[in-house]
Design a binder for this molecule. Structure first.
Ligand code: PGA
Length: 249
């Protein structure tokens, strides 16, 4: 059975001292023996965390990237810059950016395409709000988010992405989606990928309030290849337990 992928999304958290302590704890626990593990850190810490991870199999990622190559885009960071800091992954389309920075699915798809062209692996986040779930729109929302991606990527490129299903209402709330809810959406995503003949290659993760006590059941669901972990990725003991749950699931 392939190893699960567990990705920490530190969001806008961390400090040089806290990063040092957290990475030291993850290395000491050997999380990379339990699963494929990555941490997606704020831009200013890419160099520091990259150096702290040297010699371990824990991979480095960023949390956003520009779809543009270079030039007059004040405050933005390019794919080539991320590559210079040995990033492997970049999260695109996190719901916090879709909501707060008003990123559209088309922009997210262009970011994913730029990332792939630069040799990065985009972790493309999709998911519905509570209002959309309560009004029966889950599949329509996912379909439109995924179709935008399909519209911007060739089948070859699509085969190299990671998809993270993150219901907006489960992020940072302490209320994870139920296994039945997750399974239903993962099935929908798999069907969408299958229609494009790339389902076998694309890891599909779940994210949203994954904790040590819920991780094993969620990761063990059919078609679940691991998780995107926010709050719990900042607490070494929790992230270590979640990686261990990935090994057991
Ligand atoms: P959470 O965040 O685990 O804190 O809910 C997940 C995410 O936003 O990726």
């Amino acid at each position: 059975m392939p190893r699960k992928l567990v990705v920490g999304n530190w969001k806008m958290n961390g400090s040089c001292a806290a990063n040092r302590a957290l990475v030291a704890d993850l290395r000491k626990a050997g999380v990379d023996a339990a699963a494929d593990v990555a941490v997606c850190v704020p831009f200013p810490y890419l160099q520091q965390v990259g150096e702290l991870l040297a010699g371990s199999a824990i991979r480095l990622g960023a949390q956003n990237v520009s779809a543009f190559e270079a030039g007059a885009h004040t405050g933005e960071v390019s794919c080539a810059m991320l590559r210079e800091f040995d990033c492997h992954f970049v999260i695109v389309g996190h719901s916090e950016r879709r909501v707060m920075q008003r990123e559209t699915s088309v922009e997210v798809a262009h970011k994913a395409a730029a990332a792939l062209a630069a040799g990065l692996v985009p972790i493309v986040c999709v998911g519905e709000t509570l209002a959309e779930r309560e009004t029966g729109k889950v599949e329509a929302v996912l379909q439109s988010q995924l179709d935008a991606l399909g519209g911007a990527l060739t089948a070859d490129a699509l085969a190299r992405v990671v998809i993270a299903y993150e219901p907006v209402w489960a992020i940072g709330t302490g209320v994870a989606a139920t296994p039945a809810q997750v399974q239903a959406v993962l099935g929908f995503v798999r069907d969408w990928l299958e229609q494009r003949a790339v389902a076998a290659n694309v890891p599909v993760l779940y994210g949203g309030s994954v904790k040590p006590d819920s991780a094993q059941e969620l990761f063990g669901l059919p078609g679940c290849d691991g998780g995107l972990i926010g709050g719990a990725s900042l607490v070494a003991a929790d992230f270590v337990s979640i990686c261990e749950a990935a090994r057991l699931s």
